[in-house]
Design a protein around this ligand. Structure first.
Ligand SMILES: Cc1cc2nc3c(=O)[nH]c(=O)nc-3n(C[C@H](O)[C@H](O)[C@H](O)COP(=O)(O)O)c2cc1C
Length: 309
Protein backbone atom coordinates (compact mmCIF):
# COMPACT_ATOMS: atom_id res chain seq x y z
CA UNK A 1 0.00 0.00 0.00
CA UNK A 2 2.87 2.41 0.78
CA UNK A 3 5.52 1.12 -1.61
CA UNK A 4 7.21 3.57 -3.95
CA UNK A 5 10.09 3.83 -6.39
CA UNK A 6 12.42 6.77 -6.06
CA UNK A 7 15.77 7.68 -7.56
CA UNK A 8 16.86 4.14 -8.39
CA UNK A 9 15.50 2.50 -5.21
CA UNK A 10 12.41 0.38 -4.53
CA UNK A 11 11.10 1.35 -1.09
CA UNK A 12 8.54 -0.34 1.15
CA UNK A 13 7.35 3.07 2.33
CA UNK A 14 7.73 6.63 1.00
CA UNK A 15 8.85 7.79 4.46
CA UNK A 16 12.52 8.49 5.10
CA UNK A 17 14.48 10.16 7.84
CA UNK A 18 15.77 13.67 7.06
CA UNK A 19 19.56 13.88 7.15
CA UNK A 20 20.88 14.88 10.57
CA UNK A 21 17.62 14.26 12.40
CA UNK A 22 17.76 10.55 13.31
CA UNK A 23 20.28 7.99 14.53
CA UNK A 24 21.57 5.00 12.60
CA UNK A 25 22.02 2.77 15.67
CA UNK A 26 19.71 -0.07 16.73
CA UNK A 27 18.29 2.03 19.63
CA UNK A 28 17.11 4.83 17.31
CA UNK A 29 15.69 2.35 14.80
CA UNK A 30 13.87 0.44 17.57
CA UNK A 31 11.36 3.32 17.76
CA UNK A 32 10.09 2.44 14.28
CA UNK A 33 7.96 -0.54 13.25
CA UNK A 34 8.96 -2.78 10.37
CA UNK A 35 7.63 -1.59 7.03
CA UNK A 36 7.18 2.05 8.11
CA UNK A 37 10.60 3.46 7.22
CA UNK A 38 11.39 3.33 3.50
CA UNK A 39 15.01 4.50 3.76
CA UNK A 40 17.40 5.77 6.40
CA UNK A 41 19.12 8.98 5.30
CA UNK A 42 22.30 9.60 7.31
CA UNK A 43 23.78 12.81 8.69
CA UNK A 44 26.10 14.72 6.36
CA UNK A 45 29.70 13.50 6.33
CA UNK A 46 32.57 15.77 5.30
CA UNK A 47 36.13 14.61 4.48
CA UNK A 48 37.62 16.30 7.57
CA UNK A 49 36.21 16.25 11.12
CA UNK A 50 34.14 19.36 11.95
CA UNK A 51 33.47 20.58 15.48
CA UNK A 52 30.33 22.44 14.39
CA UNK A 53 29.12 25.88 15.46
CA UNK A 54 29.25 27.44 18.91
CA UNK A 55 26.21 26.87 21.18
CA UNK A 56 23.31 27.36 21.42
CA UNK A 57 22.74 25.36 18.26
CA UNK A 58 19.03 24.70 18.43
CA UNK A 59 16.05 26.79 19.48
CA UNK A 60 12.37 25.90 19.45
CA UNK A 61 9.59 28.25 18.41
CA UNK A 62 5.85 27.55 17.97
CA UNK A 63 6.27 26.65 14.27
CA UNK A 64 9.24 24.33 14.61
CA UNK A 65 12.99 24.60 15.09
CA UNK A 66 15.87 26.92 14.27
CA UNK A 67 19.19 25.07 14.12
CA UNK A 68 22.77 25.87 13.39
CA UNK A 69 24.67 22.66 14.02
CA UNK A 70 27.31 23.51 11.42
CA UNK A 71 27.70 19.98 10.02
CA UNK A 72 29.42 18.62 13.12
CA UNK A 73 30.80 15.19 12.28
CA UNK A 74 33.94 13.18 12.95
CA UNK A 75 35.05 13.08 9.33
CA UNK A 76 35.31 10.40 6.70
CA UNK A 77 38.04 8.22 8.25
CA UNK A 78 36.14 7.81 11.52
CA UNK A 79 32.95 7.27 9.55
CA UNK A 80 34.47 4.44 7.50
CA UNK A 81 35.80 2.69 10.62
CA UNK A 82 32.93 3.23 13.06
CA UNK A 83 29.70 4.02 11.23
CA UNK A 84 29.93 1.99 8.01
CA UNK A 85 30.08 -1.42 9.76
CA UNK A 86 26.85 -0.68 11.66
CA UNK A 87 24.96 -0.01 8.44
CA UNK A 88 25.06 -3.58 7.22
CA UNK A 89 22.65 -4.41 10.08
CA UNK A 90 20.08 -1.81 9.00
CA UNK A 91 17.06 -3.54 7.43
CA UNK A 92 16.10 -0.72 5.03
CA UNK A 93 18.13 0.97 2.26
CA UNK A 94 20.63 3.43 3.72
CA UNK A 95 21.36 6.73 1.96
CA UNK A 96 24.73 8.35 2.64
CA UNK A 97 24.78 12.16 2.71
CA UNK A 98 27.90 13.99 1.48
CA UNK A 99 28.98 17.53 2.31
CA UNK A 100 31.98 19.75 1.74
CA UNK A 101 33.42 23.11 0.78
CA UNK A 102 34.93 22.19 -2.58
CA UNK A 103 34.10 19.91 -5.49
CA UNK A 104 37.01 17.70 -4.33
CA UNK A 105 35.39 17.34 -0.88
CA UNK A 106 32.12 16.10 -2.37
CA UNK A 107 34.01 13.75 -4.69
CA UNK A 108 36.09 12.33 -1.82
CA UNK A 109 32.97 11.43 0.19
CA UNK A 110 31.17 10.09 -2.89
CA UNK A 111 34.18 7.91 -3.72
CA UNK A 112 34.16 6.50 -0.21
CA UNK A 113 30.44 5.69 -0.47
CA UNK A 114 30.99 4.08 -3.86
CA UNK A 115 31.36 0.35 -3.59
CA UNK A 116 30.34 0.42 0.10
CA UNK A 117 27.95 -2.48 0.75
CA UNK A 118 25.83 -0.70 3.34
CA UNK A 119 25.07 2.36 1.19
CA UNK A 120 22.24 2.12 -1.37
CA UNK A 121 22.25 5.72 -2.65
CA UNK A 122 24.00 9.02 -2.01
CA UNK A 123 22.42 12.40 -1.28
CA UNK A 124 24.61 15.45 -1.88
CA UNK A 125 23.99 18.18 0.68
CA UNK A 126 24.55 21.17 -1.59
CA UNK A 127 22.42 23.33 0.64
CA UNK A 128 23.52 23.63 4.28
CA UNK A 129 22.81 27.23 5.36
CA UNK A 130 24.80 26.87 8.60
CA UNK A 131 28.41 26.84 7.43
CA UNK A 132 30.45 29.53 5.71
CA UNK A 133 30.03 29.10 1.97
CA UNK A 134 27.43 26.35 2.61
CA UNK A 135 25.08 27.76 0.01
CA UNK A 136 27.71 28.26 -2.70
CA UNK A 137 26.82 25.11 -4.65
CA UNK A 138 23.07 25.48 -4.23
CA UNK A 139 22.68 29.08 -5.38
CA UNK A 140 24.52 28.88 -8.73
CA UNK A 141 23.44 26.46 -11.42
CA UNK A 142 26.95 26.21 -12.91
CA UNK A 143 28.51 25.32 -9.52
CA UNK A 144 25.76 22.78 -8.80
CA UNK A 145 26.29 21.20 -12.23
CA UNK A 146 30.05 20.98 -11.66
CA UNK A 147 29.77 19.17 -8.34
CA UNK A 148 26.99 16.83 -9.49
CA UNK A 149 28.85 15.84 -12.69
CA UNK A 150 32.07 15.22 -10.74
CA UNK A 151 30.31 13.02 -8.16
CA UNK A 152 28.35 11.21 -10.88
CA UNK A 153 31.64 10.16 -12.48
CA UNK A 154 32.91 8.43 -9.32
CA UNK A 155 29.63 6.97 -8.02
CA UNK A 156 28.31 3.52 -8.82
CA UNK A 157 24.98 4.20 -7.04
CA UNK A 158 21.90 6.40 -7.41
CA UNK A 159 22.77 10.04 -6.83
CA UNK A 160 20.29 12.38 -5.14
CA UNK A 161 20.82 16.12 -4.73
CA UNK A 162 19.38 18.14 -1.86
CA UNK A 163 18.42 21.63 -2.99
CA UNK A 164 18.15 24.89 -1.10
CA UNK A 165 15.01 26.95 -0.59
CA UNK A 166 17.23 30.01 -0.08
CA UNK A 167 17.13 31.13 -3.72
CA UNK A 168 14.70 33.19 -5.78
CA UNK A 169 14.12 30.40 -8.30
CA UNK A 170 15.00 26.77 -7.54
CA UNK A 171 14.01 25.48 -10.97
CA UNK A 172 17.23 26.37 -12.89
CA UNK A 173 19.22 24.66 -10.12
CA UNK A 174 16.98 21.58 -10.28
CA UNK A 175 17.34 21.37 -14.06
CA UNK A 176 21.13 21.78 -13.87
CA UNK A 177 21.31 18.87 -11.38
CA UNK A 178 19.10 16.68 -13.56
CA UNK A 179 21.18 17.43 -16.67
CA UNK A 180 24.37 16.64 -14.73
CA UNK A 181 23.21 13.14 -13.82
CA UNK A 182 21.14 13.35 -10.61
CA UNK A 183 18.66 10.46 -10.19
CA UNK A 184 16.41 12.33 -7.73
CA UNK A 185 16.14 15.73 -6.02
CA UNK A 186 15.44 16.33 -2.36
CA UNK A 187 13.39 19.49 -1.96
CA UNK A 188 14.44 21.15 0.28
CA UNK A 189 16.92 21.94 3.06
CA UNK A 190 16.15 24.45 5.86
CA UNK A 191 15.30 28.13 5.30
CA UNK A 192 17.66 30.75 6.63
CA UNK A 193 16.14 32.36 9.74
CA UNK A 194 16.81 34.28 12.94
CA UNK A 195 15.33 34.16 16.44
CA UNK A 196 16.06 36.94 18.92
CA UNK A 197 15.81 37.11 22.72
CA UNK A 198 14.39 40.58 23.23
CA UNK A 199 15.68 40.94 26.80
CA UNK A 200 19.33 40.21 26.16
CA UNK A 201 18.90 41.62 22.64
CA UNK A 202 20.95 38.73 21.35
CA UNK A 203 20.23 36.03 18.79
CA UNK A 204 19.06 32.78 20.38
CA UNK A 205 21.67 30.80 18.45
CA UNK A 206 25.41 31.20 18.96
CA UNK A 207 25.97 31.72 15.24
CA UNK A 208 23.03 34.08 14.90
CA UNK A 209 21.29 32.86 11.77
CA UNK A 210 20.17 29.25 11.47
CA UNK A 211 17.98 26.96 9.41
CA UNK A 212 14.22 26.92 9.98
CA UNK A 213 12.47 23.54 9.88
CA UNK A 214 9.19 22.04 11.08
CA UNK A 215 5.51 22.85 10.39
CA UNK A 216 6.20 26.54 9.64
CA UNK A 217 8.04 25.64 6.42
CA UNK A 218 5.48 23.12 5.10
CA UNK A 219 3.72 25.42 2.60
CA UNK A 220 7.04 26.68 1.26
CA UNK A 221 8.38 23.16 0.77
CA UNK A 222 5.04 22.14 -0.78
CA UNK A 223 5.26 24.98 -3.32
CA UNK A 224 8.87 24.09 -4.15
CA UNK A 225 8.06 20.38 -4.54
CA UNK A 226 5.32 21.33 -6.95
CA UNK A 227 7.47 23.76 -8.94
CA UNK A 228 10.44 21.42 -9.16
CA UNK A 229 8.46 18.24 -9.93
CA UNK A 230 6.62 20.10 -12.71
CA UNK A 231 9.97 21.11 -14.23
CA UNK A 232 12.11 17.95 -14.17
CA UNK A 233 11.56 14.30 -15.12
CA UNK A 234 13.45 12.73 -12.21
CA UNK A 235 11.63 11.97 -8.91
CA UNK A 236 11.39 14.54 -6.14
CA UNK A 237 11.74 13.71 -2.45
CA UNK A 238 9.97 16.22 -0.22
CA UNK A 239 11.63 17.57 2.91
CA UNK A 240 10.18 20.34 5.03
CA UNK A 241 7.58 20.45 7.74
CA UNK A 242 5.75 17.14 7.40
CA UNK A 243 4.47 15.97 10.78
CA UNK A 244 1.05 14.41 10.02
CA UNK A 245 -0.12 11.64 7.66
CA UNK A 246 -2.10 14.27 5.72
CA UNK A 247 1.07 16.32 5.14
CA UNK A 248 2.82 13.34 3.54
CA UNK A 249 -0.17 12.47 1.34
CA UNK A 250 -0.39 16.13 0.27
CA UNK A 251 3.33 16.13 -0.64
CA UNK A 252 2.70 13.08 -2.86
CA UNK A 253 -0.22 14.86 -4.54
CA UNK A 254 1.98 17.95 -5.08
CA UNK A 255 4.52 15.80 -6.95
CA UNK A 256 6.81 14.07 -4.43
CA UNK A 257 7.58 10.35 -4.74
CA UNK A 258 8.80 10.12 -1.13
CA UNK A 259 8.89 12.33 1.95
CA UNK A 260 11.59 12.88 4.57
CA UNK A 261 10.60 13.43 8.17
CA UNK A 262 13.01 15.52 10.24
CA UNK A 263 11.86 17.87 13.00
CA UNK A 264 8.80 15.72 13.82
CA UNK A 265 11.17 12.96 14.99
CA UNK A 266 12.74 15.33 17.54
CA UNK A 267 9.34 15.78 19.15
CA UNK A 268 8.53 12.05 18.99
CA UNK A 269 11.15 9.53 17.87
CA UNK A 270 8.34 7.19 16.73
CA UNK A 271 6.78 9.92 14.51
CA UNK A 272 7.52 8.02 11.29
CA UNK A 273 5.58 4.97 12.50
CA UNK A 274 2.66 7.10 13.71
CA UNK A 275 2.55 8.85 10.32
CA UNK A 276 2.78 5.53 8.43
CA UNK A 277 -0.13 4.07 10.43
CA UNK A 278 -2.23 7.17 9.73
CA UNK A 279 -1.40 7.03 6.02
CA UNK A 280 -2.44 3.36 5.75
CA UNK A 281 -5.73 4.12 7.44
CA UNK A 282 -6.47 7.16 5.22
CA UNK A 283 -5.48 5.33 2.03
CA UNK A 284 -7.54 2.26 2.94
CA UNK A 285 -10.65 4.35 3.71
CA UNK A 286 -10.32 5.97 0.29
CA UNK A 287 -9.47 2.79 -1.66
CA UNK A 288 -6.06 4.13 -2.71
CA UNK A 289 -2.40 3.18 -2.61
CA UNK A 290 0.28 5.82 -2.05
CA UNK A 291 1.57 5.73 -5.64
CA UNK A 292 -1.93 6.67 -6.95
CA UNK A 293 -1.42 10.11 -5.44
CA UNK A 294 1.99 11.05 -6.85
CA UNK A 295 1.70 14.19 -8.97
CA UNK A 296 -2.12 14.06 -9.02
CA UNK A 297 -2.69 17.70 -8.06
CA UNK A 298 -5.80 19.15 -9.66
CA UNK A 299 -5.02 22.72 -10.64
CA UNK A 300 -8.06 24.72 -11.54
CA UNK A 301 -6.12 27.28 -13.51
CA UNK A 302 -6.49 30.03 -10.93
CA UNK A 303 -3.40 32.01 -9.94
CA UNK A 304 0.02 31.15 -11.32
CA UNK A 305 -0.08 28.09 -13.59
CA UNK A 306 2.32 25.22 -12.94
CA UNK A 307 5.28 25.14 -15.31
CA UNK A 308 5.49 22.75 -18.20
CA UNK A 309 8.33 20.26 -18.35
C1 LIG B 1 19.05 19.59 13.91
C2 LIG B 1 19.04 19.43 12.42
C3 LIG B 1 20.19 18.94 11.78
C4 LIG B 1 20.21 18.80 10.40
N1 LIG B 1 21.33 18.31 9.80
C5 LIG B 1 21.36 18.12 8.45
C6 LIG B 1 22.50 17.56 7.81
O1 LIG B 1 23.49 17.21 8.44
N2 LIG B 1 22.45 17.42 6.46
C7 LIG B 1 21.36 17.76 5.70
O2 LIG B 1 21.37 17.57 4.47
N3 LIG B 1 20.24 18.28 6.29
C8 LIG B 1 20.22 18.46 7.63
N4 LIG B 1 19.10 18.97 8.24
C9 LIG B 1 17.91 19.30 7.41
C10 LIG B 1 16.86 18.18 7.47
O3 LIG B 1 17.36 16.97 6.92
C11 LIG B 1 15.57 18.59 6.71
O4 LIG B 1 15.89 18.78 5.35
C12 LIG B 1 14.96 19.86 7.26
O5 LIG B 1 14.99 19.86 8.67
C13 LIG B 1 13.50 20.06 6.80
O6 LIG B 1 12.67 18.99 7.18
P1 LIG B 1 11.76 18.96 8.53
O7 LIG B 1 10.94 20.21 8.55
O8 LIG B 1 10.97 17.69 8.40
O9 LIG B 1 12.73 18.92 9.67
C14 LIG B 1 19.06 19.13 9.63
C15 LIG B 1 17.91 19.61 10.28
C16 LIG B 1 17.89 19.76 11.66
C17 LIG B 1 16.63 20.26 12.32
Amino acid sequence: MLSTRVGGLELESPLMTGSGTFGHDPLALSFLKEGDLGALVLKTVTPEPRTGNSPARMAEFPGGLLNSIGLENRGLEYWKESVAPLLEEVAVPVVGNAGGHTVEDFVAVSEAFSGMEGIAAVELNLSCPNVDGGLHFSTRADSAAEVVSACRRVLDKPLWVKLSPNVTDTVPLARACEESGADALTVCNTLLGLLVDWKSRKPLLGRGYGGVSGPAVLPIAMRLVHQVSSSVSIPVIASGGASRPEDVLAFLVAGASAVQIGTASFRRPDAISTIAAGMRSLLQKNGLVASDLVGSLKWDGGGEKPREN
